[in-house]
Ligand binder design. Structure first.
Ligand SMILES: CC(C)(COP(=O)(O)OP(=O)(O)OC[C@H]1O[C@@H](n2cnc3c(N)ncnc32)[C@H](O)[C@@H]1OP(=O)(O)O)[C@@H](O)C(=O)NCCC(=O)NCCS
Length: 199
């Protein structure tokens, strides 16, 4: 029997157009078990390539799996909203936002922004974060934040999208036993929009 493409731990397709789509209940892309596995494979590939998405090399796949479970639970329960970048049947990118609660209900937190190493620097990450920003506006959020590992240069990626540095958590991220990095906190005021997102 041929293995379903989503279940293969292989490099994603490297040609063809990339689409950005909403994931989760009520969208065209279900946050089902096949999606969870595809996200696990993507997250592991990005982490193995040194991506700043919570894990260090060598990557503990079961720890990534536990993190994926939390993401899928949050998507299914409506605690978080996400977009996936797809190329053919491959998941080649992901980004999500979690709205705050009670006194922070007007804010949100972006996390798990990642693009497959073979697809990076072709605009997918920008499109994913822009889609999250539009959605955050539709959800009525007024500002969103995220944390960037210092020394990665990624603050530049977010500055291009309008985020500004709001502060730092000193030595917050332990990349290696002798390498602690600041977490750079970045914030974006959401531009007001009236048009619904048709992504
Ligand atoms: C960060 C990430 C999502 C960006 O996605 P992407 O699709 O590669 O980004 P884009 O092609 O939209 O980049 C647009 C611009 O952002 C900047 N940029 C993108 N990635 C960058 C990086 N790693 N370092 C510095 N600047 C970067 C560049 O100016 C780039 O324009 P250029 O390619 O013309 O120089 C992707 O690099 C990634 O998945 N990295 C690994 C995971 C990770 O670290 N995520 C960040 C968590 S905060």
């Amino acid at each position: 029997m041929t293995e379903h493409p989503l279940f293969q731990r292989r490099q994603a397709e490297t040609t063809g157009p990339v689409d950005v789509r909403r994931v989760g209940p009520g969208t065209s892309m279900a946050s089902d078990n096949a999606f969870a596995l595809a996200l696990l494979n993507l997250w592991e590939r990005v982490s193995e390539a040194g991506g700043a998405v919570g894990f260090t090399v060598p990557v503990d796949r079961s720890a990534v799996g536990a993190a994926v479970s939390v993401v899928i639970d949050d998507l299914r329960s409506g605690r978080a909203f996400a977009f996936a970048a797809t190329r053919g049947r491959d998941i080649v990118g992901f980004a999500m936002v979690r709205p705050g609660k009670q006194t922070t209900a007007h804010t949100g937190r972006i996390s798990q922004v990642m693009v497959d190493p073979g697809v990076q620097r072709s605009g997918a990450g920008t499109r994913l974060v822009q889609a999250v920003i539009r959605l955050a506006g539709e959800l009525g959020l007024e500002r969103i934040r995220l944390g960037v590992r210092d020394g990665t240069g990624l603050d530049g990626f977010y500055r291009r999208l309008g985020f500004v540095e709001a502060g730092r958590l000193p030595a917050w991220i332990r990349v290696a036993p002798d390498d602690d990095r600041d977490e750079v906190l970045m914030v974006l005021e959401i531009p007001r929009r009236t048009e619904p997102d048709r992504t």
